[in-house]
Design a protein around this ligand. Structure first.
Ligand SMILES: [Fe+2]
Length: 495
């Protein structure tokens, strides 16, 4: 197709590009004369086909079109302009007999109409009005985008768990950029290769490989050049229902000057190609996202280091306490079984691991002579021993990652009848973690080997637990324990 695109003036007024569509060369010449010297970049098309071609490759702001064209109508132009450039303003030019039709098009989204013949002032006034409307709409969009980015930035600042953060980045990107798919690729620290980290969006399974091949390709280009990239399929008919990557944007994620990954948004069903303005917008979001991901990774590393330190401490206690070697691990395994029986959710199970490891951490402060005394403790010695829950709580309370362990540490020696320590809490006053650990601790104490006796059977331990339901133990936990035992879940350690 031959496209006649005449550029009457240089683009003096940045951002205002006017496409004039009329199949009569004489009318076009008059319009050109009227607008000569005005600060617009003017493009012309003499047919619907030419107009379509220009609309698909130029960022048109205002369309001035005749109502009747040789190969179509102003209605076709209006539809095409609105589809490719949703912010574009279309003005219909028509002779007096067809004014009603032009007015009808305003109901379909045309911005204004001009009844032929019209003078220069009328034309300029219509264009100025359309320009002003575009300016106001842009300001509104910018304000809305600023508000969106502000909200997203705020949310990213508070989301510290990596999975939650990635979901927020992807959902925000897909929503803000009206995309069908959004993905994050991370550069593997060891292999330096890009790998898909997370994605969101709905797409037909038949094009899954096509989408992710495209994402990897555009990510590789972006990480190799360090530059963001925009892709609009040059051969694609944007109006077709054909499935495929119509348009995509890719921004690098950078932390400490290094590219750590990419953020990509893709349009499959959305028929509008992405613009360079949107590429810049995604850059803002990617820059904020990269910082938040880096913080989250640092937080996770720090948390892992703390947990590793704590595990080392727990091992150190066990090494000192010859009675309870392996106790921490066994308590964790048993606690998980009972927690499952009690229907605890995933997040509580995560706390249980740290709580299980740390529950006796306060024993670090108990002297060896008491901790390893073979016989019964004196009253004074027991007073020291019973301080270990509060000692442990003091050690952990200032470490925010470990705070979820506090109820395990503080209340694992409380009793249902209120005769436990350190606070003598009663019944439902005792936090769930304490109710659970009290039962588990007893089972492990009974079934473990001691220097002066062999560990007893699980059946004996279960009898003990059953006998103390409602006195030492919360009946609900006892019930869960009995159920788990009946199901054969408590048979471990060969007992
Ligand atoms: Fe304890």
């Amino acid at each position: 197709m031959i496209v006649k695109t005449e550029q009457f003036t240089d683009q003096i007024k940045e951002g205002t590009i006017v496409l004039v569509v009329d199949d009569e060369p004489n009318v076009m010449a008059v319009l050109r004369e009227m607008l000569e010297g005005e600060n617009y970049r003017l493009l012309t098309a003499y047919s619907l086909a030419e107009a379509r071609s220009i609309l698909s490759r130029e960022n048109i702001n205002i369309v001035l079109t005749d109502l009747i064209l040789g190969d179509g109508s102003g209605a076709d132009i209006l539809k095409e302009a609105a589809r490719i450039h949703p912010d574009c303003k279309t003005i219909i030019m028509t002779g007096r007999p067809a004014i009603q039709e032009a007015i009808g098009l305003m109901k379909q989204g045309a911005y204004d109409y001009l009844a032929k013949p019209f003078g220069m002032e009328t034309l300029k006034m219509a264009l100025n009005k359309a320009e002003e409307k575009i300016r106001l709409e842009r300001e509104n969009i910018q304000l809305r985008e600023m508000m969106s980015f502000y909200r997203i930035s705020q949310a990213m600042g508070t989301a510290i768990e990596l999975d939650e953060l990635l979901k927020l980045i992807l959902d925000s990107s897909a929503k803000e950029f009206e995309s069908d798919v959004a993905c994050l690729y991370f550069v593997d620290k060891t292999s330096k290769q890009l790998a898909l980290k997370a994605s969101t969006g709905i797409y037909d399974k038949s094009i899954k490989d096509l989408i992710f091949d495209h994402c990897l390709e555009i990510s590789q280009y972006t990480t190799a050049t360090g530059e963001p990239s925009i892709y609009n399929d040059p051969d694609l008919d944007y109006s077709s229902e054909e499935l495929g990557v119509k348009s995509s944007l890719c921004q690098p994620l950078k932390a400490k000057g290094q590219i750590t990954g990419t953020l990509i948004v893709i349009r499959i069903k959305n028929p509008h190609p992405f613009t360079h303005g949107q590429l810049t917008g995604l850059g803002l979001l990617a820059s904020k996202a990269a910082g938040a991901i880096e913080n989250s990774n640092l937080y996770e590393d720090l948390k892992d280091t703390y947990v590793a330190t704590v595990e080392a401490l727990a091992t150190a206690i066990e090494a000192r306490d010859s009675y309870t070697r392996g106790h921490t691990e066994r308590v964790y395994v048993l606690s998980c079984i009972l927690a499952e029986e009690l229907g605890w959710d995933e997040s509580k199970l995560g706390d249980l691991k740290i709580g299980g490891i740390l529950h006796d951490i306060g024993k670090i402060a108990v002297p060896d002579a008491i901790l390893n005394k073979p016989g019964p403790l004196t009253k004074e010695e027991f007073e020291i021993m019973r301080q270990h829950p509060e000692q442990g709580a003091r050690m952990v309370e200032s470490i925010s990652f470990l705070r979820q362990a506090l109820p395990y540490i503080l209340s694992h020696h409380e009793r249902h009848d209120g005769k436990g320590y350190p606070f003598g809490l009663e019944g439902d006053e005792i936090p769930y973690p304490g109710r659970l650990l009290a039962v588990v601790d007893t089972i492990d104490a009974i079934t473990s080997d001691r220097p002066y006796r062999k560990g007893r059977s699980m059946a004996k331990a279960i009898d003990e637990v059953r006998r103390n339901a409602g006195t030492q133990f919360h009946p609900e936990v006892v019930e869960a324990c009995l159920k788990a035992y009946e199901k054969g879940k408590l048979e471990y350690n060969g007992k």
